[in-house]
Design a protein around this ligand. Structure first.
Ligand code: ASP
Length: 588
């Protein structure tokens, strides 16, 4: 290499060595007779020193270096007179006697610092500069480490990494497909996989009983903060297993990653049924770093003349410890919070458990102090606790209380980003009813197996059927999900029927899978982890964009390469495509 050492490598023990470093100019400072240049590469920063007295020419040359110039410098490692103990190379500097500018640089549009002055759009457009910043570099290193450890673990468990195609046809996993027009078959389209779901199941039929792949998936969904049109999964499938085997194997993966990458034991991952998750946390991905469980109050509060409670389908509350002294203003804030349109509660009822054993509540008028005591008892509330209650339609109210619970958790500092609490949520419903289209949708995907004991309900009460489906949740974030699959052609057919596929549609879209099932499909099941989210969680960043080298922005655009973009008339013609709304196609 052009260099002898990296910019992160030299220590006091190297003093006296002649070394050559290469890198980018982070900054330079002229201090009278001396010029100092911080030289940066991916490994760190080393200070280069130039002395006007001993080598004026070189020093003048150094003074001309601009930010992000690429240089090669040779010189002697010496002990620094004013040390910087904040960086590992801070005890030394290189006294340069040969300097070569390998390339100049325009002034970068934002500072290449940990805290940059560049807005997100700008950083995306110049992603190569953004990627020079420490936070992104650390995230990509972490991502690499997690990928390697994933492979190590799964390899150790006998999993084969097998690639599946990207040009496929539609997989019905709830999202819109990205499609790719075919030139050879004009008018026909490939779809990019929403996941390798059907392929991994076919691999099970083919006998590859432990498969995985760290794989790109494509979903054309409306973007939210934590979504990308293309994202990466750790996709896995196993044959000849029960749900228990899957949970154990992948709990192993999660624990392995925590141990090898974060350096700590997470212990056994607890399990919670979907039913209990909804009942006690109002969410299918509860954050169990803190308790603050829901308690349903219908039996305690109804029939006392308070119309809002009397008429509500559900009255449900939480107890925030030590918050009884919340001011009027704080309580108003919480009320405003639950009334936000995205949360949608009509109002908030509170009950303050005073230190002297009395209560103060927004519904004092309707309830005696014995009544209020009964409410407090439901939560085992102590003096100085604050009970917060919502009322309304059951599902909506639970969801709103979930938001309030998380808000209170944050306010009380109970959601420490350095604490990790994984949880399996199990026994998801098989189907979800949609009022608008008045039909059932698969909650996970159409290949998910019902619990055998619930199969009779498929005819009588499909909404009640539970699935052998599970999610891995960490700190309230869904990190992975999967299911035991249907492996009988008959049951799969029935499922398609329930989901409203005509026989012809099912045959057209999934004939290949149903056919494969006629040639000895073993019992099988699997899981996929959202790799980007997993890395973001380990890194402690909110957005998955921070852990993807080249992400898309909120409008699904890549600002650096300017995509999506028009294509030439010639390309369109070749594909047999006419664009009706296109104003000006680029010419060929
Ligand atoms: N293919 C599923 C998904 O992407 C995961 C699985 O069931 O294995 O959510």
């Amino acid at each position: 290499m052009l260099r002898t050492h990296t910019c992160g490598e030299l220590r006091l023990t190297d003093a006296g060595k002649t070394v050559t470093l290469t890198g980018w100019v982070q900054r330079s400072r002229d201090l009278g007779g001396m010029t100092f240049v911080d030289l940066r590469d991916r490994y760190g920063i080393t200070q280069l020193a130039f002395n006007m007295e001993t080598n004026a020419d070189l020093c003048l040359q150094a003074r001309k270096l601009g930010r992000e110039f690429v240089v090669l410098a040779t010189g002697k490692v010496i002990e620094r007179s004013s040390k910087n103990m904040k960086i590992p190379t801070g005890e030394i500097e290189v006294q340069v006697d040969k300097l070569q500018v390998l390339n100049s640089s325009k002034v970068p549009p934002f500072t290449i610092e940990d805290e940059t002055d560049g807005g997100e759009e700008l950083r995306m457009r110049y992603r190569y500069l953004d990627l020079r910043r420490n936070p992104l570099r650390k995230n990509l290193e972490l991502r690499h480490r997690m990928a390697i450890e994933t492979r190590n673990y799964l390899d150790g468990e006998g999993f084969l990494e097998i690639e599946t195609p990207y040009l496929i046809k539609s997989t019905p996993e709830g999202a819109r497909d990205f499609v790719v027009p075919s030139r050879v078959h004009n008018g026909k389209f490939y779809a990019l996989p929403q996941s390798p779901q059907t392929f991994k199941q076919i691999l099970m039929v083919a006998g590859y009983d432990r498969y995985y792949q760290i794989v790109r998936c494509f979903r054309d969904e409306d973007l939210r903060a934590d979504r990308q049109p293309e994202f990466t999964q750790i996709d896995c499938e196993m044959a000849f297993i029960t749900q228990e085997d899957i949970l154990n194997t992948f709990e192993g993966l999660v624990r392995h990653l925590f141990l090898k990458v974060k350096g700590f034991e997470t212990g056994m991952v607890p399990r919670m049924t979907f039913e209990n998750a909804m009942k006690f946390y109002g969410s299918d991905k509860p954050d169990i770093r803190f308790a603050m469980k829901f308690f349903e109050l219908n039996d305690v509060v109804k029939g006392k003349g308070f119309g809002v409670f009397d008429e509500a389908e559900l009255v449900v509350g939480i107890c925030a410890e030590g918050c009884a002294e919340y001011s009027r203003k704080q309580l108003d804030e919480l009320t405003e919070f639950v009334k936000k349109p995205q949360i949608g509660a009509k109002g908030l009822i509170y009950l303050q458990c005073k230190n002297d054993g009395t209560f103060k509540s927004s519904v004092d008028k309707f309830y005696t102090s014995e009544d209020l005591q009964k409410i407090a008892d439901c939560f085992n509330a102590k003096p100085n606790d604050l009970i917060l209650i919502l009322a309304g339609p059951a599902h909506k109210t639970r969801k709103a209380l979930n938001e309030l619970r998380l808000e209170m958790g944050s306010r009380l500092g109970l959601r420490d980003p350095n604490v990790f609490k994984p949880l399996w949520v199990i026994d998801f419903p098989l189907l979800e009813w949609d009022e608008e289209t008045r039909r059932f949708y698969a909650m996970h995907h159409p290949f998910t197996s019902p619990k055998p004991e619930d199969i009779p309900l498929l005819d009588s009460d499909p909404g009640k059927v539970r699935a052998n489906a599970y999610d891995l949740v960490i700190n309230g974030v869904e990190i992975g999900g999967g299911s035991i699959r249907i492996h009988s052609k008959e049951l799969q057919k029935k499922m398609f029927e329930l989901l409203g596929f005509s026989e012809e549609e099912a045959q057209n879209q999934f004939g290949f899978l149903m056919n494969a099932f006629e040639y000895g499909a073993p019992p099988h099941g699997g899981i996929a982890f959202g790799f980007d989210r997993f890395v973001a969680m380990f890194s402690g960043v909110d957005s998955i964009r921070e852990v993807i080298a080249f992400p898309k922005n909120n409008a699904a655009q890549d600002m650096m390469i300017d995509s999506p973009d028009l294509i030439s008339d010639a390309q369109l013609k070749e594909l047999g495509i006419e664009i009706s709304s296109q104003q000006s196609a680029v010419s060929s």
